[in-house]
Write a protein of this length. Structure first.
Length: 87
């Protein structure tokens, strides 16, 4: 497995990401373009010691890959965002 720090580049702090965090328990990360959903899930779980429920990926028009990571109910996304200094 790749190094989790090379897969997850940085969290995104936008209005949309804050809204998703509050309503759907999700965080958005910029990730390595070659990373699979399984790679992203393992990396997030290892880095933040949090249970991931689902990962959706999206490639922007600029060519950046983003991961929408939904956390399990017992892991509030807002706690992880606080830990990352997003809030």
């Amino acid at each position: 497995m790749k190094d989790p720090y090379s897969i997850i580049k940085n969290p995104l702090s936008t209005e949309k990401s804050i809204r998703l965090m509050e309503s759907e328990n999700k965080l958005i990360f910029a990730v390595d373009k070659k990373a699979t959903k399984q790679d992203i899930k393992r990396s997030v779980e290892k880095l933040f010691k949090a249970k991931v429920k689902k990962v959706n990926t999206f490639i922007t028009q600029a060519g950046e890959k983003r991961a929408y990571v939904r956390f399990a109910a017992d892991t509030p996304a807002i706690d992880i965002a606080t830990q990352l200094g997003l809030i």
